[in-house]
Design a protein around this ligand. Sequence first.
Ligand code: GDP
Ligand code: ZN
Length: 319
Amino acid sequence: QKRRIDSKHRPPKAAETLTGQAKSGLVMARFGKQADVMDMDNPEGRATLRCHIRANLQDVVTGDRITWQQTEGGKGVIVSVSPRDTLMSRPDNRGQLRPVAANVTQIAIVIAPEPRAHQNLVDRYLVAVEHFRISPILVINKCDFAAEDQAHLTTLIALYTTLQYPVYEVSAKLGVNLETLLAALNHQSTVFVGQSGVGKSSLVNLICPAAEATVGDLSQIAKGRHTTTAAALYHLDTGGNLIDSPGIREFGLWHLEPYQIADGFTEFRPYLGQCKFRNCLHLDEPGCALIEACDNSVLIPSRLYSYQQIVRDLQSTGR
Ligand code: GDP
Ligand code: ZN
């Protein structure tokens, strides 16, 4: 009895005194120890509120489905995080892998005639995306370029179509095929990636003007906090979500082992484990099932070369 009275006299910690029911929410953006959360139980429509993040839930990221509760001060607190379907991560300045975005369902790899697209670069992006178990699509931007400047893309388009990756040829400049691309984003949570200059900003700007307006702000936040992980989620008018930030648009294969690289070439999967040597790197070993499949024209040789190039690069950078 006495203890209860004592605790009554102690001033309550405002951030932790919860009122009302737990509600479901979606993390739209993360700002240090706080996050903007979309109230998913609000029958009136979409409303965003700033929530505190409990110390034990510090890896909450954009795209997380969470439950939150109102506090006495009229703010919110995130009280739990639902299991994630997917998680994109990248290393911070110290080389430590940090989560960047949760529940991304689709990654749009943007390529263009200028800067010139190379198969190996596309394959690197594909491996990274496949590693996250997220579905890739290829967006070939700048299809307004003169035919001769796009000729080298024909082989790539044929290759990835054969491998059953969806390919969209668009022009952000002229608005060509944007409706088709928008339809592909519907019911998905999409991230756009690709090398600088291919037109990601231009595409994102067209698809979701709100994102373009905040990208500058987010990069300021990122600079201030010495992190590249700030990302924001936007609902598209046409349906689906876009997750975007400067830091998320370009990523690499920092942490993968050769067997994981091979797994990212999805058509190799039936052959993995079939080589003579258990630890075969598929470079020049005898009895390699992948080399054999290429010799028999069952696998596409340029994809095996591309895999080998990635593994040799990783080895030569001394990882
Ligand atoms: P990002 O670095 O990938 O974000 O690329 P940007 O969106 O900044 O675009 C790089 C350059 O390509 C800019 O000069 C754009 O105006 C130009 N660009 C973007 N999309 C197209 C397009 O569809 N056609 C042409 N011709 N130029 C484009
Ligand atoms: Zn092999």
